[in-house]
Design a protein around this ligand. Structure first.
Ligand SMILES: Cc1cc2nc3c(=O)[nH]c(=O)nc-3n(C[C@H](O)[C@H](O)[C@H](O)COP(=O)(O)OP(=O)(O)OC[C@H]3O[C@@H](n4cnc5c(N)ncnc54)[C@H](O)[C@@H]3O)c2cc1C
Ligand code: SF4
Length: 582
């Protein structure tokens, strides 16, 4: 593996150093505890994000009209299990949303009322798309079809989840916040519920004074709404072979800031590079940015959502989405918008980028996958919120109808997704992004052709290769990151600080990876992690294997590490960030 100078630069890929995890043995529990030791619910929804809460709300709307089925589901017909302190605490998006699915879910509400509820910030009326040849110049281009946002709504998904939580609680949902679902319970070949995590364990897993053991939560139906590559979703995909004959999933990482600004921005802006990315195919850089206006209806404040999204297919280990966002902010286009303003929020999150061909089978005996857990993001348009709402709604309908008829299969949900806006939109862009894996410049003409023909030409099924299979080299991307000044350009640690991250210093480590790896792999993790979790000791050798220090209490649970050779598992319930407007 090492070349003559002891360096493996450009020759080792993260998947050669897989995380020490056996998900089927560790994350699947075979059989339920005795009846008097468990909690029984009708439908258990894992994840109180947009998708999970849409499912809870739709189920409760239907159950309200059918007291008999409601009664049969017992004292807790619908339970939502959410690891954050409150729903919304771990949710992050751009986020310009296509409004249709949310309007369908709550038909009695107007968009004006969304804004009064505090999660929506106005309709998009103007948009601009730029190519950035350099860090000082810009070229406006006609808006490509995928970036047409006229009529869409700017929202905050963390605020929207809090709104959906209020609606669900009023309708009778039992919301267990600060609770991680740590195991999927499989009994007689069927998902029978989930187990919640223990609380109050020390660094080495030892029970502390406040120790509370987890509990089996038995359910007639389980909905995995865990977002991007969930912990139990991954185990379910293996256990029920849901990824068979599909393409592997690939990933993107987004880092976002919200700024309070003195002057209102009147349009949605996207930039497509190439600056500040490298054009050479060997870097594997593909990414872009957004700047969205957010007008706070209640306070009258002008806010701006700004973010950078990177495909995790890149090969330069020194690629850092957080630092690329800081670099993007040095462009005059951005300075002009943020000037005189103040950063009020920061966060990071990964998203599934494989689209149609990478979606796993969405149902299994006893359970379904919704939203990002089912890989439903259209990354060509950077849109997943409306698909999450729609899939949650359709899952709620399929589960309700099956339970009302006394049936046990939820397979009708798969067909409902195929025939819905989710299936149709994802099918149209099914091959669009794969050509970028050849490199940005090489792939762009094919991407344009595919967009122009709505995926008809070149047709067929375009494959993806796994992000963690790409050999990494230590390149020069890091050389142009700006130095933090704590006012306009920020480092990672002060950014994590403003997320409200409250992980106990003596909590057990929830990140799994090998801790002695070639420097290229360690550098990949160090630069990639937006929260600065990984460190390499200063006296580590320049070439060959090095130790990796894992400061896991800083983790904001973005999930990116799972794409590049590690594994994020669930922390203790309540740990992690507490996002408010992301
Ligand atoms: C940077 C970025 C920009 C984006 N921009 C846009 C945009 O502009 N427009 C758009 O439409 N879409 C956008 N998307 C996509 C969109 O945000 C997602 O598709 C959508 O928010 C996913 O919702 P979800 O409910 O499926 O998952 P999530 O919002 O991730 O919710 C999952 C929830 O499950 C909880 N959870 C996970 N595992 C467990 C467990 N085991 N136990 C308990 N709780 C658990 C998490 O804490 C979380 O609250 C963007 C995404 C990103 C990352
Ligand atoms: S440790 Fe991993 S999951 Fe946590 S913030 Fe860093 S990259 Fe994301």
């Amino acid at each position: 593996m090492s070349s003559h100078n002891g360096s493996s630069n450009g020759q080792v890929a993260p998947d050669e150093f897989p995380p020490p995890v056996d998900s089927q043995r560790e994350f699947i529990k075979r059989g339920l505890d005795a009846e008097d030791e468990l909690i029984e619910v009708g439908v258990a929804i894992v994840g109180g994000g947009t998708a999970g809460l849409a499912c809870a709300n739709r189920l409760l709307q239907l159950l309200a009209e059918d007291p008999e089925t409601m009664e049969r589901l017992g004292e807790v017909p619908v339970a939502v299990i959410e690891k954050a302190k409150t729903c919304g605490g771990h949710n992050l998006s751009g986020a310009v949303m296509r409004p249709g699915p949310l309007q369908e879910l709550f038909p009695e509400m107007t968009r004006e009322q969304w804004r009064e509820e505090g999660f929506a910030y106005g309709e998009v009326t103007k948009e601009a798309v730029y190519v950035l040849p350099t860090g000082k110049t810009k070229l406006r281009i006609p808006t490509p079809p995928n970036f047409k946002n006229h009529g869409n709504e700017v929202v905050s998904v963390s605020s929207m989840a809090r709104f959906q939580q209020r609606q669900a609680e009023e309708a009778g949902a039992y919301i267990l916040t600060e609770t991680s679902a740590v195991q999927l319970i499989v009994q007689d070949g069927r998902v029978a519920g989930v187990r919640s995590g223990d609380k109050g364990r020390g660094k080495d897993g030892e029970p502390l004074g406040n120790f509370e053991p987890g509990t089996d939560i038995k359910a007639h139906a389980t909905v995995l709404a865990e977002g991007c590559w969930g912990h139990l979703t991954g185990a379910a995909i293996r256990e029920f072979e849901l990824g068979k004959d599909r393409e592997p999933q690939v990933w993107e990482l987004g880092v976002k800031e919200v700024w309070k600004v003195p002057k209102a921005l009147d349009r949605v802006i996207h930039t497509l590079g190439p600056w500040p990315l490298k054009l050479s195919a060997k870097y594997g850089h593909v990414g872009g940015t957004w700047i969205y206006p957010m007008q706070d209806e209640k306070t009258g404040e002008h806010l701006v959502s700004i973010g950078f999204v990177m495909d995790l297919e890149y090969a330069d280990a020194t690629t850092s989405t957080h630092d690329l966002l800081q670099q993007f902010k040095t462009h005059p286009l951005v300075r002009g918008i943020l000037a005189g303003g103040e950063r009020v929020a920061w966060g990071a999150k990964a998203l599934p980028g494989g689209g149609y061909w990478s979606m796993p089978k969405l149902s299994m005996p006893g359970a379904v996958l919704v939203g990002d857990a089912g890989g439903m993001v259209d990354t060509v348009a950077l849109k997943g919120v409306h698909h999450s709402v729609m899939s949650g709604k359709l899952a709620g309908e399929a589960i309700y109808h099956a339970l009302a008829r006394g049936e046990s299969s939820f397979e009708s949900y798969e067909q409902a997704i195929d025939e819905s806006v989710v299936g149709k939109e994802l099918y149209e862009v099914r091959n669009t992004r794969q050509p970028f894996q050849k490199g940005f410049v090489q792939g762009a003409p094919l991407v344009n052709l595919m967009m122009g023909t709505k995926g008809r030409f070149p047709g067929g099924r375009w494959s993806w290769h796994r992000n963690d299979a790409r050999p990494m080299f230590i390149g020069k991307t890091k050389d142009s990151y700006p130095k933090p000044d704590g006012k306009y350009i920020f480092d990672k640690l002060s950014s994590v600080f403003i997320t409200g991250n409250a992980t106990r210093d003596d909590a057990p480590n929830h990140i799994r990876l090998q801790k002695h790896v070639p420097r290229e792999i360690a550098e990949t993790w160090r630069w990639m992690c937006p929260a600065g979790v990984y460190e390499i000791p200063e006296d580590a050798p320049e070439h060959g294997e090095v130790d990796v220090i894992v400061n896991y209490t800083n983790c904001v649970q973005c999930g990116a590490i799972t794409a590049k050779g590690g594994r994020l598992t669930t922390p203790e319930g309540g740990d992690g960030p507490l996002y408010q407007v992301l």
